[in-house]
Design a protein around this ligand. Structure first.
Ligand SMILES: *Cc1c(COP(=O)(O)O)cnc(C)c1O
Length: 367
């Protein structure tokens, strides 16, 4: 059996009629930059999240930059975030010339440990950036409460968790600014790069709308320093065709995750979702002590797996200048050696689930 990790081709074939028509309509109009599909998508995303403003943009990375620019993050500002995430979360902080300050994660959810945040706050701290890792929102109430107490801003990096709910409402609803990514492998992906910023704040929305088109208030009148940060109309067209299926796809992902857990519970540490929130299962990630051995075994029989992420950010070469060392964040450092993500998409079949889980169980028995 040869298993496909994300089944993007399968997904395209399923929605091909709608996607082709949607892209063709952009080609027929040649409205490649800021065409009507971009605004239509923003309306649809607004309905989906109930956020007051949705501003689409060029990527999840640029969404983070736009959010920090709107919040007026300054050089030397300290921003608290997790060392257990994709590089973009902390890379963008450094691009703003601000300083990422890492705080260790919770062992059960892989997300920022809200109990450890206060100890990292200094008078230079300006913001906290939690991430909804693997699709599960972080402890937003606790984090927002700390932010309020110390007058800090919060940007939630929802690149992996778009569509998840927290206390019965869309995750974005609980955030001052929420960003996401439509990179093809994210739960809601387009066919290239794309992202969005969500906010209820009038001032931030106005700035971000200008900043994604070089800070212009009207054509060639540049009020702010911005960037070329627009979402392509063709990518908006792809998302318009895919969004109507997204709720159903999330259910599909939940079902796959549930079946994996049923078969693997008791043998491995399976992922835990807290009772007051849902996950969109960007990844289904197990903890296995002899991970590398098992990954190799699975590869040989056609089961692709992935490690998100093999090196915690504080130990990445590009962040050596921050002065962190091995031992600073023991939970993140332990988990990078144990985590392994299994094939995850809404279309994993029962047969594939049985094949993958039996293969994993066999390989531990044959160590
Ligand atoms: C993917 C990802 C990003 C960046 O998104 P891009 O669209 O690839 O720029 C940022 N943060 C996290 C947590 C991600 O997983």
């Amino acid at each position: 059996m040869k298993i496909d990790f994300a089944k993007l081709q399968h997904q395209y074939q399923l929605y091909k009629g709608d996607i082709d028509r949607s892209i063709q309509s952009v080609l027929n109009k040649s409205n490649y930059i800021m065409g009507e599909e971009v605004y239509q998508l923003e309306e649809e995303l607004q309905c989906f999240t109930q956020a007051k403003y949705v501003i689409t943009c060029s990527s999840g990375t640029d969404a983070l930059l736009l959010a920090m620019m709107a919040m007026d993050i300054q050089p030397e500002d300290e921003i608290i975030t997790t060392p257990f995430t994709f590089i973009a979360t902390a890379e963008t902080i450094t691009l703003m010339k601000a300083k990422p300050v890492f705080v260790d994660i919770e062992e059960t959810t892989f997300n920022l440990d809200a109990n450890k945040i206060e100890a990292a706050i200094t008078e230079k701290t300006k913001a906290i950036i939690p991430v909804g890792l693997y699709g599960q929102p972080a402890d937003l109430d606790e984090i927002n409460k700390i932010a309020k107490k110390y007058n800090l801003k919060v940007i939630v990096d929802g690149a992996q968790s778009f569509g998840a709910s927290y206390k019965g409402q869309a995750e974005a609803h609980h955030c001052e600014i929420y960003t996401t990514s439509f990179f093809p492998a994210k739960p809601l992906g387009c066919y290239g790069d794309g992202g969005a910023v969500f906010t209820n704040n009038d001032g931030y929305a106005e700035k971000i709308k200008m900043m994604r088109v070089h800070g212009q208030s009207k054509r060639y009148h540049h009020k702010l320093i911005g960037m070329g940060g627009r979402l392509d109309t063709i990518q908006a067209a792809v998302l318009l065709a895919k969004l109507p299926h997204y709720k159903e796809e999330i259910k599909g992902r939940e079902n796959v995750a549930e079946q994996y857990s049923q078969k693997l519970q008791g043998h491995f540490i399976t992922p835990v979702v807290k009772v007051d929130r849902t996950s969109v299962w960007a990844q289904y990630t197990l903890r296995i002590s002899n991970r590398d051995y098992i990954q190799e075994k699975l590869k040989k029989i056609g089961v692709p797996t992935a490690v998100h992420y093999p090196i915690p950010l504080h130990l990445q070469e590009c962040f050596q200048f921050l002065g962190y060392k091995q031992g600073d964040f023991p939970v993140a450092e332990k988990l990078v050696n144990e985590v392994v993500s299994l094939p995850m998409n809404p279309f994993v079949t029962d047969g594939e689930i049985s094949f993958v889980t039996s293969a994993i169980l066999d390989s531990i028995n044959n160590v």
